[in-house]
Design a protein around this ligand. Structure first.
Ligand SMILES: [Zn+2]
Length: 301
């Protein structure tokens, strides 16, 4: 007995010109499976790495005949994916058809009963994930990041050993897809595989290794650091407006007071010092920040 495979295309809605938005669902059922996995990429339209990772991993599900049932949605948000301005992906929020509050595509599970576009879309994904016990939601972060993974504090054992350097454990749930799935009693992990908006072959290869370790195709590894989101994840804001040039890379360790960037303002050249001892988790996209615009996120010791 081997796996059974189906591919289904679900309609979402149509545009003014009657172009259809649809999502493809790839399902594998294994006769010996006791658990069902929901594997999703692309919920944020600026986050590309997870999409080829799901397409590539689908081949490994078949090759290794993994004894799980799988529900795979490589491209879960076609509206986000098709949002770009002058060649730059912009689909982190719904800026196209929602004129009032530009919903973050990954903070709207509370809208699942609404008759609007966001409600209908997120309801479709939640219903797809309904049979699953394990939710793996593939994201990316920042203009530059070190790979990390979000898990509920009680589920960090599932995030350990995958080769992802930083595990960010949380207590307080949001209306994100994975947090909502955790609240339904499932194992739910949000992978932040790489930087956003661009795509490198090595990021796809590294990300596939994380999934292989999760499913036992590769042995687990050591070396993840565990952090507590509410206490140790800190945002950093620009003290003035200007143009910023970084001295350090995402993933670098810093000490309090290290000079980590230069900000060129209209009046002067300002050496920006690290406000924390810890790790630079990610840089935000703008290199021309306004005063008080978020520059980066740190993991703080
Ligand atoms: Zn995301």
């Amino acid at each position: 007995m081997t796996q059974k495979f189906t591919c289904e295309t679900l309609p979402l809605h149509s545009t003014a010109s009657n172009t259809k938005f649809e999502i493809d669902v790839w399902r594998y059922t294994h006769p010996d499976a006791t658990k069902t996995v929901y594997l999703q990429g692309g919920i944020h339209g600026i986050e590309l790495t997870g999409i080829p990772v799901v397409y590539e991993f689908i081949k490994e599900i078949e090759k290794h005949q993994l004894a799980y049932n799988f529900i795979c949605v490589p491209l879960s948000n076609p509206m986000g994916m098709d949002s770009q301005i002058m060649g730059v992906q912009t689909g982190y929020n719904n800026i196209h058809t929602n004129q009032q509050n530009c919903y973050n595509w990954n903070r709207i599970t509370n809208l699942k009963d609404e008759p609007n576009q966001e409600g209908s879309w997120i309801r479709t994904l939640l219903e797809l994930a309904d049979p699953a016990n394990i939710i793996l939601d593939l994201h990316t972060a920042g203009v530059e990041t070190v790979p990390h993974i979000y898990s509920h504090v009680t589920e960090k054992k599932y995030a350990e050993g995958l080769g992802i350097p930083h595990i960010l454990t949380w207590n307080n749930s949001s209306y994100s897809f994975a947090d909502t799935q955790h609240q339904l009693g499932k194992i739910a992990l949000t992978f932040e595989l790489s930087s956003s908006r661009v795509l490198l072959k090595e990021w796809v290869e590294d990300s596939l290794k994380y999934l292989r370790r999760f499913f036992g195709i590769l042995p687990k590894t050591k070396g993840s650091t565990i952090w507590q989101v509410e206490r140790q994840l800190k945002k950093w804001y620009s003290p003035k407006g200007g143009v910023i040039c970084w001295n350090i890379d995402a993933g670098d360790s810093v000490l309090d007071g290290d000079v980590i960037a230069t900000l060129y303002t209209r009046q002067e050249r300002v050496l920006l010092k690290s406000p924390y001892k810890g790790v630079l988790l990610l840089k935000n996209p703008s290199h021309a920040p306004h005063e008080r615009q978020e520059l980066a996120k740190f993991l703080v010791e």
